[in-house]
Design a protein. Structure first.
Lengths: 366, 440
């Protein structure tokens, strides 16, 4: 079974032609009708394709839907903590991403692929990266930027270099910093309007200013803190992340390398005196969007390496960058930047981490 | 935990036919015996339309250096020598059409051979090789490389014999049933190979979904120190020669290396039975066990059928269709070739005949999302995502640098691809272009 004929390729090409020929199919259909009706009819010309003839049930669409499903606990917690408005922000983002993708593909005369649900996921992730006070226009502008500029203009799904949701978040942070950092206190729930929002410092901002946050570690873990809609509850994000790991949608390398590197560096080099190293480390790991980023954003297939070791390097590199930005950068948060920088290196990382071929040397010479 | 190789995939087995005994199918009224019965160039017919042929008479031969003859599987009259398009060979191939007279008159050469036949214990290596060659025995696992040539090429070098009973492809149970129903013949064939080649160590490698067959063979081999039955963890593509050696011995034979140079020779379980029949019974290879199954077949079965039996008759013997098939596949669902029509005659290398209904997942255009599943599962540890991308851009030199020629075409990458990219097809395209350019 392992010795395949070399000429198979000619066939494969011939097969492809036949399969794509509409006439061939029409012909086979008309023949079907000629045969007697009570017997199972067999087309005169059967479908011929290249092997394999079986496919795994997972498709792009089911994977996207499973990631969305894994995000739901964190989204519901965000809604519980920040009010209905948080949910509305995410719905506006997901909806405008969906529409933006549809319209762009229509204008660019590309096949319409909104049913793969990747745009919905991008929108949901963007929404979860916004504060609950974000105005609707901000959500829409971010969504259009993510889908049109970052995704479709780079060639659509599978061709974008940067994670669309993160690129949009960084764009919005730079263009409208005040809207993007208008965080409310936990349980100060907003219904529709954001007018009565009471601004509150996030744990990350406290850490940046050299003080431990008021919230206890348990509150940080459960998500009783301020922040963006989706990032606050480590518990529910881990729940979703473990689900994705069990379902083999993501692999362990990126989250473990990413969070592990941040944990290691913050343990070795604590920034606040008089605090136990492990306590500072846990605050740094639980604060900000690290867990959301590590399980849901850095693991985005398109913008992360496909090799195992590449994923380790990708995660570790992003971890180092997060700690550098948090310690020395102008922004309190570095997760978005770290992942975007590593996104741009994926091509190189994949090349240097190419697996050694079975029974062979690393590279064959011509 | 039973040993296995790294990578690969677990696929739903669909091996329900493993429980049903082999049924002998009566010879059909007309057989259509393809002249492309072994790897390498097709044979030429040695009979002409109108000739009378006997069962076991040579009807085709090629001048290829490894070739072995082809025999008529029925007695009767040659009605035509037809050209047909063989999807497996991707070429126009001739087939000898024989009208069965139903008498099964044995050819004189067979009768003569059976009179003169010796006990295989007394046969010399050359006599064994020639008996296997004259019987037209080829590898029955699918590759159909002539068995006598494999033995002749590996003489002296190979000291370890592997009997490949992995049968890792879903649906196929022909070898499983052969192990259960012809264990003496199988082990007899193994003994003949051991004697002919001076084999020192023999492993019978069985995946653990066929533990019943493995236990049975182990019971028969209780007092044989040189033959060992080994269970392997069920995983696709364990039946590949490199993977099965890796699973058993933990070594990694390079794809380009010849197994004989590494001291190995591998035979498929059913091939051993055919070798036994050739040497002991003097019968040429005129029939084989084929698994007829798939969700469109009414009663899936293992069928012992004559070579050349049309696919339509095989399906009729299994109760016909219960729903309209989308594809009829010669071989397993992972590496088999889809057939154009139902006229195709059973070939020596055909271990299964599948009739699968559609099962199209979605209508989205195929698109690589770089998920890395193909990289993770590739048993050869290639980067199929890169190969497909480069082949799509006709960058065949790039494919070469990424070891496209090491690909087994096992289909694991296409199987796991959520973006539904036909990776294997791209790889075949690249391999063919490189082959044409002389880069192997």
């Amino acid at each position: 079974m392992n010795d395949i004929k070399k000429d198979n390729i000619v066939l494969a090409e011939a097969e492809a032609k036949v399969e794509s020929k509409p006439e061939a199919k029409v012909e086979s259909k008309s023949e079907t009708k000629v045969e007697e009706s009570e017997k199972i009819t067999v087309p005169e010309l059967l479908t011929v394709t290249s092997s394999p003839h079986l496919r795994h049930r997972d498709s792009t669409r089911t994977i996207m839907l499973e990631v969305i499903f894994a995000l739901l606990p964190a989204l519901l917690w965000g809604t519980y903590v920040f009010g209905l408005r948080a949910l509305l922000v995410c719905i506006v983002c997901a909806g405008s991403c969906y529409i933006a993708e549809y319209v762009t593909q229509l204008i660019l005369k590309r096949p319409i692929t909104v049913s793969d649900c990747s745009a919905l996921l991008t929108g949901l992730l963007l929404g979860m990266n916004l504060p609950a006070t974000a105005p609707a226009w901000l959500a829409i502008v971010g969504s259009v930027f993510a889908i049109v500029i970052v995704k479709q203009l780079f060639g659509g799904l599978g061709h974008n270099v940067f994670n669309p949701a993160l690129a949009a978040r960084v764009f919005l942070t730079m263009a409208w910093p005040s809207y993007m950092t208008n965080f409310t206190a936990p349980f100060d729930r907003l219904l529709f309007s954001s007018a009565d929002a009471v601004a509150s410092a996030t744990p990350l901002a406290s850490l940046k200013h050299g003080a431990l946050p008021d919230a206890s570690l348990l509150d940080m873990f459960l998500g009783k803190i301020g922040g963006t809609i989706g990032e606050v509850s480590a518990l529910f994000l881990l729940l979703g992340g473990v689900y994705l790991l069990i379902r083999k949608i993501i692999t362990w390398q990126i989250p473990v390398a990413y969070i592990g590197t941040v944990a290691l560096l913050t343990f070795l080099f604590p920034q606040i005196d008089g605090v136990a190293r492990w306590e500072f480390m846990l605050y740094e790991v639980l604060a900000g969007g690290l867990i959301l980023g590590a399980f849901f954003m850095a693991t985005d297939y398109v913008t992360s390496p496909s090799t195992s070791w590449g994923r380790v390097i990708f995660g570790a590199g992003a971890g180092i960058l997060v700690v550098f930005i948090r310690y020395f950068g102008g922004y309190p948060e570095g997760v978005s930047f770290s992942i975007l920088v590593m996104n741009s290196l994926v091509w190189y990382i994949e090349r240097i981490t190419r697996p050694r071929v079975f029974g062979g040397a690393k590279k064959k010479h011509a | 935990m039973n040993p296995t190789f790294r990578g690969g995939i677990h696929i739903a087995g669909h091996k329900e036919t493993g429980k049903s005994p082999i049924e002998v199918m009566p010879a059909p009224g007309v057989v259509r015996i393809s002249l492309a019965q072994h790897s390498g160039p097709p044979m030429k017919a040695t009979v002409a339309p109108g000739d009378k042929v006997c069962l076991g008479q040579v009807i085709g031969m090629s001048d290829w250096k490894f070739a072995c003859p082809l025999h008529s599987s029925v007695s009767g009259k040659v009605s035509a020598i037809e050209k047909y398009y063989d999807p497996e060979k991707a070429a126009l191939v001739e087939a000898v059409v024989v009208e069965n007279d139903g008498l099964d008159t044995l050819d004189e050469s067979i009768l003569k051979a059976q009179e003169q036949k010796k006990d295989p214990q007394d046969m010399t290596t050359d006599e064994i090789i020639s008996a296997i060659k004259e019987a037209g025995v080829v590898g029955l696992g699918g590759a159909a490389f002539p068995a006598h040539a494999k033995i002749a090429n590996s003489l002296v070098k190979a000291k370890t014999l592997l009997i490949n009973c992995a049968e890792c492809e879903p649906y196929i149970t022909a070898d499983h049933r052969a192990m259960l129903e012809y264990p003496e013949k199988l082990l007899g064939g193994v003994d003949i190979i051991i004697r002919a080649m001076g084999i020192e160590r023999t492993y019978i490698a069985v995946e653990d979904n066929k533990a019943d067959a493995a236990a049975m063979l182990a019971g028969l081999l209780k007092d044989r120190g040189d033959i060992e039955v080994r269970l392997l963890k069920t995983k696709y593509p364990q039946g590949d020669k490199g993977m099965i050696i890796n699973a058993l011995c933990k070594t990694e034979p390079p794809r380009s290396a010849r197994l004989a140079d590494l001291g190995f020779i591998i035979f498929n379980a059913s091939t051993c039975v055919a070798i036994y029949r050739a040497c002991v019974e003097g019968m040429p290879l005129i029939e084989r066990v084929v698994t007829v199954t798939g969700d469109c077949i009414k009663t899936p079965k293992n069928v012992l059928a004559r070579i050349g039996t049309p696919v339509s008759e095989l399906i009729e013997f299994c109760g016909g269709f219960v729903k309209t098939p989308e594809k009829i596949i010669n071989g397993g669902p992972m590496m088999g070739t889809a057939l154009w029509d139902l006229k195709y005659g059973l070939k020596k290398g055909m271990s299964a005949l599948l009739a699968l209904s559609g099962g199209k997942c979605d209508d989205l255009p195929s698109c690589c999302i770089n998920c890395g599943r193909c990289v993770r599962h590739c048993p050869m540890r290639l980067m199929p995502n890169y190969l497909a991308r480069m082949a799509g851009a006709r960058d065949y030199d790039g494919c070469y640098d990424y070891n496209v020629n090491d690909c087994l075409e096992c289909g694991t990458c296409s199987y796991v691809c959520p973006g539904r990219v036909d990776i294997v097809q791209y790889i075949r395209q690249a391999k063919n272009a490189l082959y044409a350019a002389g880069k192997r």
